[in-house]
Design a protein around this ligand. Structure first.
Ligand SMILES: NC(=O)c1ccc[n+]([C@@H]2O[C@H](COP(=O)([O-])OP(=O)(O)OC[C@H]3O[C@@H](n4cnc5c(N)ncnc54)[C@H](OP(=O)(O)O)[C@@H]3O)[C@@H](O)[C@H]2O)c1
Length: 293
Protein backbone atom coordinates (compact mmCIF):
# COMPACT_ATOMS: atom_id res chain seq x y z
CA UNK A 1 0.00 0.00 0.00
CA UNK A 2 1.32 3.44 -0.92
CA UNK A 3 1.71 5.75 2.04
CA UNK A 4 1.70 9.48 1.47
CA UNK A 5 3.54 10.24 4.69
CA UNK A 6 6.03 12.55 2.95
CA UNK A 7 3.36 14.56 1.11
CA UNK A 8 2.07 17.92 2.34
CA UNK A 9 -1.20 16.96 4.09
CA UNK A 10 -3.81 19.52 5.12
CA UNK A 11 -6.44 19.00 7.81
CA UNK A 12 -9.17 21.67 7.84
CA UNK A 13 -11.00 22.57 11.03
CA UNK A 14 -7.97 21.44 12.99
CA UNK A 15 -8.98 23.08 16.26
CA UNK A 16 -12.26 21.14 16.37
CA UNK A 17 -12.56 17.89 18.30
CA UNK A 18 -12.31 15.76 15.18
CA UNK A 19 -9.68 17.78 13.32
CA UNK A 20 -7.33 17.85 16.28
CA UNK A 21 -7.58 14.09 16.77
CA UNK A 22 -6.88 13.58 13.05
CA UNK A 23 -3.75 15.77 13.24
CA UNK A 24 -2.54 13.82 16.30
CA UNK A 25 -3.02 10.56 14.43
CA UNK A 26 -1.10 11.82 11.39
CA UNK A 27 1.82 12.74 13.67
CA UNK A 28 1.59 9.40 15.46
CA UNK A 29 1.71 7.61 12.10
CA UNK A 30 4.82 9.48 11.01
CA UNK A 31 3.48 12.08 8.59
CA UNK A 32 6.33 14.49 7.82
CA UNK A 33 4.55 17.62 6.61
CA UNK A 34 1.25 18.18 8.39
CA UNK A 35 -0.58 21.47 7.78
CA UNK A 36 -3.38 22.36 10.19
CA UNK A 37 -5.99 24.83 8.95
CA UNK A 38 -8.19 26.68 11.41
CA UNK A 39 -10.10 29.94 11.79
CA UNK A 40 -8.13 30.66 14.96
CA UNK A 41 -4.42 29.71 14.76
CA UNK A 42 -3.87 30.77 18.38
CA UNK A 43 -5.73 27.62 19.45
CA UNK A 44 -3.07 25.44 17.80
CA UNK A 45 0.11 26.90 19.33
CA UNK A 46 0.86 23.54 20.95
CA UNK A 47 0.79 21.81 17.55
CA UNK A 48 2.99 24.53 16.02
CA UNK A 49 5.54 23.84 18.76
CA UNK A 50 5.56 20.21 17.63
CA UNK A 51 6.37 21.06 14.02
CA UNK A 52 2.88 21.29 12.53
CA UNK A 53 2.48 24.14 10.05
CA UNK A 54 -0.54 26.24 11.04
CA UNK A 55 -2.49 28.18 8.41
CA UNK A 56 -5.50 30.40 8.88
CA UNK A 57 -8.43 28.85 7.07
CA UNK A 58 -12.03 29.99 7.07
CA UNK A 59 -14.28 28.54 4.36
CA UNK A 60 -16.23 31.82 4.45
CA UNK A 61 -13.10 33.80 3.57
CA UNK A 62 -11.85 33.25 0.00
CA UNK A 63 -8.43 34.78 0.67
CA UNK A 64 -7.67 32.22 3.39
CA UNK A 65 -8.86 29.40 1.13
CA UNK A 66 -6.30 30.25 -1.54
CA UNK A 67 -3.35 30.42 0.89
CA UNK A 68 -4.36 27.45 3.01
CA UNK A 69 -4.52 24.99 0.10
CA UNK A 70 -1.35 26.26 -1.65
CA UNK A 71 1.17 23.46 -2.18
CA UNK A 72 -1.04 20.82 -0.55
CA UNK A 73 -1.12 17.35 -2.13
CA UNK A 74 -3.88 15.74 -0.07
CA UNK A 75 -6.52 17.36 2.15
CA UNK A 76 -8.93 16.18 4.81
CA UNK A 77 -11.94 18.50 4.64
CA UNK A 78 -13.77 18.26 7.95
CA UNK A 79 -17.43 19.19 7.54
CA UNK A 80 -18.22 22.38 9.44
CA UNK A 81 -20.80 22.99 12.13
CA UNK A 82 -22.32 25.86 10.13
CA UNK A 83 -25.66 24.16 9.57
CA UNK A 84 -27.48 25.82 6.68
CA UNK A 85 -24.27 27.30 5.21
CA UNK A 86 -22.32 24.10 4.79
CA UNK A 87 -22.92 23.43 1.10
CA UNK A 88 -21.54 26.86 0.20
CA UNK A 89 -18.65 26.55 2.68
CA UNK A 90 -17.56 23.07 1.71
CA UNK A 91 -18.07 23.60 -2.02
CA UNK A 92 -15.81 26.66 -1.75
CA UNK A 93 -13.17 24.54 -0.02
CA UNK A 94 -13.37 21.86 -2.73
CA UNK A 95 -13.04 24.49 -5.47
CA UNK A 96 -10.01 26.00 -3.71
CA UNK A 97 -8.42 22.56 -3.43
CA UNK A 98 -8.91 22.00 -7.14
CA UNK A 99 -7.46 25.41 -8.05
CA UNK A 100 -4.44 24.80 -5.83
CA UNK A 101 -3.65 21.48 -7.53
CA UNK A 102 -4.56 19.19 -4.63
CA UNK A 103 -4.69 15.57 -5.81
CA UNK A 104 -6.96 13.86 -3.31
CA UNK A 105 -9.61 14.98 -0.81
CA UNK A 106 -11.02 13.04 2.12
CA UNK A 107 -14.38 14.41 3.27
CA UNK A 108 -16.29 13.66 6.49
CA UNK A 109 -19.87 12.98 5.40
CA UNK A 110 -22.86 11.37 7.08
CA UNK A 111 -24.73 8.06 6.78
CA UNK A 112 -27.35 7.80 4.04
CA UNK A 113 -26.53 11.30 2.76
CA UNK A 114 -29.25 12.08 0.23
CA UNK A 115 -31.21 15.05 -1.07
CA UNK A 116 -34.62 14.08 0.41
CA UNK A 117 -36.45 16.91 2.14
CA UNK A 118 -36.77 14.67 5.22
CA UNK A 119 -33.10 13.62 5.33
CA UNK A 120 -32.30 15.99 8.19
CA UNK A 121 -28.74 17.27 7.91
CA UNK A 122 -27.83 14.63 5.32
CA UNK A 123 -28.79 16.77 2.34
CA UNK A 124 -25.93 19.21 3.00
CA UNK A 125 -23.49 16.32 3.02
CA UNK A 126 -25.03 14.90 -0.14
CA UNK A 127 -24.56 18.13 -2.11
CA UNK A 128 -20.99 18.38 -0.85
CA UNK A 129 -20.39 14.82 -2.03
CA UNK A 130 -21.79 15.77 -5.43
CA UNK A 131 -19.46 18.78 -5.65
CA UNK A 132 -16.51 16.59 -4.74
CA UNK A 133 -17.44 13.89 -7.25
CA UNK A 134 -17.80 16.55 -9.97
CA UNK A 135 -14.53 18.26 -9.10
CA UNK A 136 -12.23 15.82 -10.87
CA UNK A 137 -10.24 15.38 -7.63
CA UNK A 138 -9.54 11.94 -6.25
CA UNK A 139 -11.87 11.47 -3.30
CA UNK A 140 -12.58 9.35 -0.28
CA UNK A 141 -15.97 10.17 1.14
CA UNK A 142 -16.16 8.86 4.68
CA UNK A 143 -19.73 8.66 5.88
CA UNK A 144 -19.14 8.92 9.60
CA UNK A 145 -21.96 7.28 11.50
CA UNK A 146 -23.30 8.76 14.72
CA UNK A 147 -20.55 9.53 17.21
CA UNK A 148 -20.85 7.52 20.42
CA UNK A 149 -20.26 10.89 22.11
CA UNK A 150 -23.72 12.05 20.96
CA UNK A 151 -25.09 9.88 23.77
CA UNK A 152 -23.64 12.32 26.27
CA UNK A 153 -26.22 14.84 25.03
CA UNK A 154 -29.33 12.80 25.90
CA UNK A 155 -28.01 9.99 28.13
CA UNK A 156 -27.43 11.91 31.38
CA UNK A 157 -30.83 13.63 31.04
CA UNK A 158 -32.51 10.27 30.45
CA UNK A 159 -30.82 8.86 33.56
CA UNK A 160 -31.92 11.88 35.62
CA UNK A 161 -35.56 11.72 34.46
CA UNK A 162 -35.76 7.91 34.27
CA UNK A 163 -37.07 8.04 30.68
CA UNK A 164 -35.31 7.69 27.33
CA UNK A 165 -37.44 8.81 24.40
CA UNK A 166 -37.02 7.11 21.01
CA UNK A 167 -39.02 6.13 17.95
CA UNK A 168 -41.25 3.10 17.58
CA UNK A 169 -39.50 0.53 15.35
CA UNK A 170 -35.89 1.57 16.08
CA UNK A 171 -33.47 -0.86 14.41
CA UNK A 172 -30.30 0.45 15.94
CA UNK A 173 -27.40 2.80 15.31
CA UNK A 174 -23.80 1.69 14.79
CA UNK A 175 -22.28 4.38 17.01
CA UNK A 176 -18.61 5.03 16.36
CA UNK A 177 -16.29 6.68 18.88
CA UNK A 178 -15.11 10.02 17.52
CA UNK A 179 -11.48 9.02 17.98
CA UNK A 180 -11.99 5.90 15.86
CA UNK A 181 -13.56 8.01 13.09
CA UNK A 182 -10.74 10.58 13.29
CA UNK A 183 -8.05 7.90 13.14
CA UNK A 184 -9.87 6.43 10.15
CA UNK A 185 -9.88 9.78 8.35
CA UNK A 186 -6.17 10.27 9.07
CA UNK A 187 -5.46 6.78 7.75
CA UNK A 188 -7.43 7.53 4.59
CA UNK A 189 -5.52 10.78 4.13
CA UNK A 190 -2.29 8.79 4.36
CA UNK A 191 -3.25 5.87 2.13
CA UNK A 192 -6.54 6.07 0.22
CA UNK A 193 -6.53 6.25 -3.57
CA UNK A 194 -9.21 6.29 -6.25
CA UNK A 195 -12.79 7.41 -5.70
CA UNK A 196 -14.79 5.78 -2.92
CA UNK A 197 -17.76 6.35 -0.63
CA UNK A 198 -17.36 4.40 2.63
CA UNK A 199 -19.41 4.07 5.81
CA UNK A 200 -17.40 4.54 9.02
CA UNK A 201 -19.21 2.57 11.72
CA UNK A 202 -18.87 1.04 15.12
CA UNK A 203 -18.82 -2.75 15.50
CA UNK A 204 -22.58 -3.36 15.91
CA UNK A 205 -25.94 -1.60 15.79
CA UNK A 206 -27.16 -0.51 19.21
CA UNK A 207 -30.90 -0.18 19.80
CA UNK A 208 -32.59 2.30 22.12
CA UNK A 209 -33.46 -0.43 24.62
CA UNK A 210 -29.78 -1.32 24.90
CA UNK A 211 -28.92 2.36 25.32
CA UNK A 212 -31.47 2.67 28.13
CA UNK A 213 -30.02 -0.40 29.87
CA UNK A 214 -26.48 0.96 29.63
CA UNK A 215 -27.51 4.41 30.86
CA UNK A 216 -29.15 2.68 33.83
CA UNK A 217 -26.03 0.62 34.47
CA UNK A 218 -23.60 3.56 34.49
CA UNK A 219 -25.88 5.90 36.42
CA UNK A 220 -27.18 3.36 38.92
CA UNK A 221 -30.72 4.62 38.20
CA UNK A 222 -33.70 3.08 36.48
CA UNK A 223 -34.14 4.18 32.83
CA UNK A 224 -37.26 3.16 30.89
CA UNK A 225 -37.48 3.40 27.10
CA UNK A 226 -40.52 5.34 25.88
CA UNK A 227 -41.10 4.67 22.16
CA UNK A 228 -43.06 7.40 20.35
CA UNK A 229 -44.26 8.32 16.86
CA UNK A 230 -42.07 10.95 15.07
CA UNK A 231 -44.51 13.85 15.58
CA UNK A 232 -44.78 13.12 19.30
CA UNK A 233 -41.02 12.80 19.71
CA UNK A 234 -40.50 16.14 17.98
CA UNK A 235 -43.24 17.82 20.03
CA UNK A 236 -41.64 16.56 23.24
CA UNK A 237 -38.22 17.89 22.20
CA UNK A 238 -39.66 21.30 21.35
CA UNK A 239 -41.60 21.36 24.64
CA UNK A 240 -38.33 20.63 26.47
CA UNK A 241 -36.76 23.71 24.88
CA UNK A 242 -35.02 22.49 21.71
CA UNK A 243 -35.32 24.79 18.67
CA UNK A 244 -37.76 23.33 16.14
CA UNK A 245 -35.18 22.90 13.36
CA UNK A 246 -32.79 21.05 15.65
CA UNK A 247 -35.58 18.83 16.95
CA UNK A 248 -36.51 17.99 13.35
CA UNK A 249 -32.92 17.04 12.57
CA UNK A 250 -32.69 14.81 15.64
CA UNK A 251 -35.95 13.07 14.75
CA UNK A 252 -34.67 12.60 11.18
CA UNK A 253 -31.62 10.77 12.56
CA UNK A 254 -33.92 8.49 14.52
CA UNK A 255 -36.13 7.89 11.48
CA UNK A 256 -33.04 6.73 9.62
CA UNK A 257 -32.43 4.31 12.47
CA UNK A 258 -35.97 2.96 12.01
CA UNK A 259 -35.42 2.43 8.28
CA UNK A 260 -32.10 0.69 8.97
CA UNK A 261 -29.74 3.30 7.48
CA UNK A 262 -27.91 3.73 10.79
CA UNK A 263 -27.52 0.04 11.52
CA UNK A 264 -24.98 -0.61 8.75
CA UNK A 265 -21.73 -2.21 9.98
CA UNK A 266 -18.49 -2.06 7.99
CA UNK A 267 -14.80 -2.78 8.58
CA UNK A 268 -13.73 0.68 7.36
CA UNK A 269 -12.40 1.78 10.77
CA UNK A 270 -10.05 -1.17 10.91
CA UNK A 271 -9.13 -0.83 7.23
CA UNK A 272 -7.78 2.71 7.61
CA UNK A 273 -6.90 2.96 11.32
CA UNK A 274 -5.50 -0.54 11.80
CA UNK A 275 -7.59 -0.92 14.99
CA UNK A 276 -10.93 -2.47 15.79
CA UNK A 277 -13.59 0.15 16.65
CA UNK A 278 -14.53 0.51 20.31
CA UNK A 279 -17.71 -1.30 21.35
CA UNK A 280 -20.52 1.03 22.37
CA UNK A 281 -20.92 -0.53 25.82
CA UNK A 282 -17.20 -0.06 26.49
CA UNK A 283 -17.47 3.59 25.48
CA UNK A 284 -20.45 4.26 27.77
CA UNK A 285 -18.76 2.49 30.69
CA UNK A 286 -15.87 5.00 30.43
CA UNK A 287 -18.36 7.87 30.78
CA UNK A 288 -19.76 7.21 34.26
CA UNK A 289 -18.73 10.70 35.44
CA UNK A 290 -21.07 12.29 32.86
CA UNK A 291 -23.85 10.21 34.45
CA UNK A 292 -23.04 11.47 37.93
CA UNK A 293 -21.08 8.39 39.01
N1 LIG B 1 -21.21 11.93 13.06
C1 LIG B 1 -21.70 12.64 14.09
O1 LIG B 1 -22.38 12.11 14.98
C2 LIG B 1 -21.42 14.10 14.17
C3 LIG B 1 -21.79 14.79 15.34
C4 LIG B 1 -21.48 16.15 15.41
C5 LIG B 1 -20.85 16.78 14.35
N2 LIG B 1 -20.52 16.08 13.23
C6 LIG B 1 -19.83 16.72 12.08
O2 LIG B 1 -18.44 16.44 12.23
C7 LIG B 1 -17.69 17.67 12.25
C8 LIG B 1 -16.52 17.53 13.19
O3 LIG B 1 -17.02 17.20 14.46
P1 LIG B 1 -16.38 17.82 15.77
O4 LIG B 1 -16.84 16.96 16.87
O5 LIG B 1 -14.93 18.06 15.58
O6 LIG B 1 -17.12 19.24 15.85
P2 LIG B 1 -16.61 20.58 16.53
O7 LIG B 1 -15.57 20.31 17.57
O8 LIG B 1 -17.84 21.33 16.91
O9 LIG B 1 -15.88 21.36 15.36
C9 LIG B 1 -16.55 22.17 14.44
C10 LIG B 1 -15.65 22.20 13.22
O10 LIG B 1 -16.18 23.07 12.23
C11 LIG B 1 -15.09 23.82 11.71
N3 LIG B 1 -15.58 25.06 11.11
C12 LIG B 1 -16.63 25.82 11.55
N4 LIG B 1 -16.77 26.91 10.76
C13 LIG B 1 -15.81 26.82 9.82
C14 LIG B 1 -15.44 27.64 8.71
N5 LIG B 1 -16.10 28.78 8.45
N6 LIG B 1 -14.40 27.26 7.93
C15 LIG B 1 -13.73 26.12 8.21
N7 LIG B 1 -14.03 25.28 9.23
C16 LIG B 1 -15.05 25.65 10.03
C17 LIG B 1 -14.21 24.07 12.91
O11 LIG B 1 -12.90 24.45 12.54
P3 LIG B 1 -12.00 25.57 13.29
O12 LIG B 1 -12.76 25.99 14.53
O13 LIG B 1 -10.69 24.91 13.62
O14 LIG B 1 -11.85 26.66 12.29
C18 LIG B 1 -14.26 22.69 13.54
O15 LIG B 1 -13.39 21.79 12.91
C19 LIG B 1 -18.71 18.73 12.68
O16 LIG B 1 -18.32 20.02 12.25
C20 LIG B 1 -19.97 18.23 12.01
O17 LIG B 1 -19.99 18.60 10.62
C21 LIG B 1 -20.78 14.75 13.13
Amino acid sequence: MTTFSNAPLLVTGASGNFGRLAVEELLARGAKHVVAGTRDPSKLADLAARGVEIRRLDFDDAATLATAFAGIERALIVSTDGIGKRVAQQTAAIAAAKTAGVKHVVYTSAPAARPDADAGLGAEHFWTEVALANSGLGFTILRNHMYAENNLMDGPGAAASGQLFGLVGDRGTSYVARIDAARTAAGALLTAEGNTVEDVTGPAPVGNSERAALFAEVSGKSVTLVALAPADLKAGMVASGLPEGFAEALVAFQRDAVTGHHGVVTSVVEKYSGRKPQAFADFIRTQAAAFGN
